[in-house]
Design a protein around this ligand. Structure first.
Ligand SMILES: Cc1cc2nc3c(=O)[nH]c(=O)nc-3n(C[C@H](O)[C@H](O)[C@H](O)COP(=O)(O)OP(=O)(O)OC[C@H]3O[C@@H](n4cnc5c(N)ncnc54)[C@H](O)[C@@H]3O)c2cc1C
Length: 397
């Protein structure tokens, strides 16, 4: 193994989201000092759910946080696609013992805050991780054997290298590769997070249910050991309003868009909170995202649509592969190139497949009819096969 050169300087990580914190933990577990710079006053995730297929769990295991993450998880029995207009299930895929035997872990439903907290607990127990909040990175430059990073308050930090995990709107990415904005089909998503006891029994389901509609979708699943019901409604709104930096939903528009939805979806729409919305974005795959001692990670490198629930999973996988490559290469520039090469096609395939799944969910007219007919006759376990490359274990031990 090459010697760990230049360890007097930490590796600087820009951004303390799931990707940045997972990277800090992965590197520290290999013996490298890291400095996280996060612009926000504290590290926190919005209080909503996230689906974590089995590939995320291999990453949690390597990071030493598996038990911490699992303690509050909920586990669905099935993945269901329903037709929003008829109110009927068109495809149901079991998450059974065979699934677990094949992919090593269950398919889990987690609270975002629980994931971040588990990763942060891991970081807190390492003397190699330094976390500084209220530190917006505004500039960085390479100088010989280091990167000099400047934050908005004028402070400078020197690092052996820099990992930009600064999310969808990454300014580091713009500096390195140009400032083209992310792409969107103008889908806006609003959420509801409701105690299960407030949901009438006939509307509750233990499965992950995605209701596909014409240019619409609606999903629900339980969280936190089945105590919370996580709901999401998505519709197109090219004129979405931003206030205080956040996009907002529009209840009148949402109700109009969902006017033909089945009674089940309409009843659950009541629980959707439109005061905060997410505009869904992705980007076309980027082939090269490392330059010298600087690389991108997570959404900064490969933001993806949400339709196969893999954005955060990719950030976790990135973190493991990056730490592994840093440990295997004497020169950090080589490590970053090797990491990018290892991740490029997998993350590109995730980005492209997510788009395709979105088209299936949002199908209109004859495409919707064909979807329903084809899926009605499909093998319930066909989805396991289709997504085996996603769920399977690709991480180094
Ligand atoms: C509605 C929705 C549902 C989703 N559902 C799923 C799902 O079910 N499963 C799944 O795997 N993924 C899902 N995702 C994707 C997932 O949320 C993201 O892929 C993941 O959070 C990306 O993590 P990240 O750390 O790369 O970026 P972020 O979480 O965006 O973190 C970036 C961090 O960098 C900080 N930052 C930005 N600029 C600077 C700067 N200049 N200086 C310092 N700090 C900075 C930000 O404040 C932030 O803390 C979903 C996404 C959305 C929008």
């Amino acid at each position: 193994m090459p010697s760990k050169d230049n360890t007097t300087l930490p590796i600087i990580i820009v951004g303390g989201g799931i990707g940045g914190v997972a990277t800090a933990l992965a590197l520290s577990r290999k013996g490298y000092a890291v400095q996280i710079l996060e612009q926000a006053p504290e590290l926190k995730e919005i209080g909503a759910g996230i689906q974590m297929p089995p590939n995320a769990f291999k990453a949690f295991k390597i990071l030493g946080v598996l038990e911490d993450v699992q303690k509050n998880a909920a586990y669905p029995e099935k993945l269901v696609l329903g037709d929003m207009l008829t109110g009927k299930a068109v495809y149901q895929s079991p998450i059974d013992d065979e699934f677990v035997a094949r992919f090593g872990y269950r398919y889990a439903l987690l609270h975002r805050g629980d994931i971040l907290e588990a990763l942060l607990n891991g970081c807190r127990s390492s003397p190699l991780v330094t976390l500084t909040t209220n530190s917006k990175v505004v500039k960085f430059k390479e100088a010989d054997d280091r990167v000099v990073v400047t934050t908005a308050d004028g402070s400078t930090y020197e690092g052996r290298a820099m990992v930009a995990a600064d999310g969808l709107w990454s300014e580091s990415r713009a500096t390195l590769f140009g400032s083209a904005p992310p792409t969107t089909d103008s889908y806006v998503l609003c959420r509801g997070v409701v105690p299960v006891k407030e949901i009438p029994q006939e509307l509750y389901s233990q499965s992950v249910t995605m209701w596909g509609g014409p240019e619409l979708d609606f999903f629900h699943y339980p969280l936190r050991r089945d105590q919370i019901f996580n709901i999401g409604a998505s519709y197109r709104d090219p004129s979405v309003k931003f206030e205080d930096g956040y996009p907002r939903g529009n209840r009148d528009m949402m109700m109009e868009r969902f006017r033909d939805a089945c009674p089940h979806v309409k009843a659950l729409l009541e629980h959707i909170d439109v005061s905060r919305a997410w505009v869904l974005y992705d980007r076309p795959p980027l082939k090269e995202w490392s330059k010298g001692r600087v690389t991108l990670l997570g959404d900064a490198a490969h933001p993806t649509y949400v339709y196969i629930s893999q954005g955060a999973c990719m950030a976790l996988e990135d973190a493991i592969v990056l730490a592994d490559m840093v440990d295997r290469h004497a020169a950090i520039e080589d490590a970053f190139l090797a990491y990018q090469k290892e991740r490029y096609l997998r993350t590109a395939r995730i980005q492209l497949t997510s788009r395709q799944f979105g088209e299936i969910y949002h199908a209109v007219g004859v495409q919707r009819e064909l979807r329903n007919q084809l899926l009605a006759n499909a093998d319930p376990k066909g989805l396991h096969e289709t997504l085996a490359w996603v769920f399977g274990d690709i991480l180094p031990n």
